[in-house]
Design a protein around this ligand. Sequence first.
Ligand code: ADP
Ligand code: AMP
Length: 211
Amino acid sequence: MLVILLGPPGAGKGTQAERIVEDHALAYVSTGDILRAAVKEQSSLGKKAKQYMDQGQLVPDELVVAIVKDRLADPEYAKGALLDGFPRTVTQAEFLDQALPEVGLNIDRVLSIEVKEDELVERLTGRRVCSDCGANYHIKFKPPKVRNVCDLCGGDLYQRDDDTLETVKERLAVYKKQTEPLIRFYMDKNLLSAIDGNQDIDDVNKQINDI
Ligand code: ADP
Ligand code: AMP
């Protein structure tokens, strides 16, 4: 099975992905997580990607496509995967259409999580992430039991560099221009299911599981 999570930054893709991969035993591919790990390691990919990420821009297609190619070549991922944050441009989607048959996969569903823009800004600026295990929190909507401490592993929580108000606004504009066209792209292929992401986390999860 191959499922794609589509939606603007802050829609709740990572939050839902944590549950989906557990409930449905899918390998998880988040290009954002992979790129952040590369930045932390200061690898050559990380050095190239950082300048784009810091400005809220998309990393060039060829770099991101290479990451996904690498993952799909791994038999663990080829058994079934959840893609979060990829594809983000029509070029990336076309690459996927070409690459999937080679590994015996096809797209089963594209879940498009839709959330109002002012809510997205509040979600992103209040997001906190565990520096050890990557678990996701929100200062108001999903606070940890102890302030700034991860419930799951005790790690420190931090705010992503690109979750500042200025960068958030840029990321939302980039989404509208470069990623939103994918809604039509997958609708035309009868693969799209719209999810009302304005509900609370459990209700969004229920809609996804029903699909
Ligand atoms: P994305 O991966 O789409 O960028 P996240 O899953 O990281 O989004 O969610 C962004 C922020 O919003 C996080 O702080 C998360 O805890 C919070 N969040 C996610 N889903 C909901 C929801 N349904 N209601 C309220 N807050 C949410
Ligand atoms: P995310 O964690 O999905 O919010 O992604 C964080 C940042 O990583 C984005 O703002 C982009 O700079 C970069 N990124 C993640 N996925 C992609 C992608 N598929 N294409 C281009 N850039 C990406």
